[in-house]
Design a protein around this ligand. Sequence first.
Ligand code: NAD
Length: 483
Amino acid sequence: MLKLIKVINFINGEYLEPINKNYIDNYNPASGEVYSKIANSDKNDVDLAYISAKNALPEWSNKTIQERAEYLYKIADILESRIDEFAEAESYDQGKPISLAKSMDITRSIHNFRFFAGAILHHEETSSNFNKNFLNYTSRKPLGVVGLISPWNLPLYLLTWKIAPAIACGNTVICKPSEFTSMTAFMLGDVLIKANLPKGVCNIIMGTGSNVGNEIVSHPKIPAISFTGGTKTGQTIASITAPHFKKLSLELGGKNPNIIFNDANLDDCINTTIRSSFLNQGEICLCGSRIFVQENIYDEFLERFIKATENLIVGDPKNVDTNIGAIVSEQHLNKIKSYIDIAEKEKCEILYGGDKPNLNKQFEKGYFIKPTIIKSNNNKCRLMQEEIFGPVVTITKFKEENDVIEMANDIDYGLSATIWTENLSRAHRISELLDCGTVWVNNWMTRDLKVPFGGTKNSGIGREGGKHSIDFYTEIKNICIKY
Ligand code: NAD
């Protein structure tokens, strides 16, 4: 029998098997077959990683900003030289189309390192002499050994969104990728070796959330956690860290409105709405999964949107023409299907999709589902209130501006929103009224890494990006001097 690749830990600059020698199966979502083994690490591996990160901290935090930035640039360059290899691995491990893994995931991972190298080099502190006898100025220190936990939808993209600013600020880190998608985090270890990153600065531990994740979060000497994942997990982490006053950044779930007014540029809107509904199989926290369309253009929008959805190619992630690949896991596919199954009960109508696409035999056991459009008139129903996190959108007609604002805000989530209108006053007015962290007007998911990123309500606490990440990954101190 073929020996399966073992995805093992990266501690103190070396690849190490988990101390308990336990492994979990790793599946290829397109074939449904086990193709590698992931270390099922536990407390002992986290403790080892902590010692390594703690020992590396004094030297790393004392390096000049220029020196640390140079390492980040080097990591970016090496990653870039291996972009095809990483894109192939990400697509194979996660199920997403290879073209997307290359153009979005790995490209953005490279950019994360370059961006935060630049951000730290260009960062300036503040000073104030409000009273001529006194000078106030700020200084920053890294936090120490920081815990970084990431989800499965954008595996390397979101992990490096945390690693890059954390180490740029002089921290050392213990990372945990999702147990469903650990492959590119495992490969990153080799890039860090080639970049000569000092041993122990970045440690990567593979394993489950209840085991490794929980150990990192509850570790008494880890003062800060940056977590991206589900809202329920975020609640658990908040309850564990609160009594220790750990610094916490939580980027959680979303159920974002996409509001389309009568005066929208429908060509642009439909092209972008196809992406904001189904990109990455709809497994992006920012997807606009609740579509609201104003009544005068509802019929035209629907007809054109369904047509455009029919044209999407669902299937082999390795095919460069594929638009929608496989869902990450069988468990997640079942969750998506369970929502489609309740459509009738919720008096919603499936307008397109809802079933498995016809694919070659090799994908028979793969986790595929067609992009699905569901008509709903009830903003309170589960399909419109709960995060499905798959290629499933609801579509709802609205009459007046006030009605749609009320529906858009009447939800526990508050991550992002999209508005389509050519009316500038309306765009500004509604952007202010929507209760969420980001509003896109006539575009979607255009990311400038400087801007604050995060959510309100159950979508999380804190902001990351540019100076907001520097704020999170450092402790700021004010010093007041009397002349
Ligand atoms: P998840 O919460 O199940 O897992 C996320 C990570 O947390 C994984 O690494 C997991 O192993 C770990 N984990 C699980 N239980 C833990 C525990 N008790 N203690 C510590 N760590 C634990 O989320 P997921 O299913 O991997 O990801 C999907 C979710 O992530 C969706 O809700 C999506 O909206 C959200 N997400 C949010 C953003 C954002 O920026 N707001 C971005 C991407 C994904």
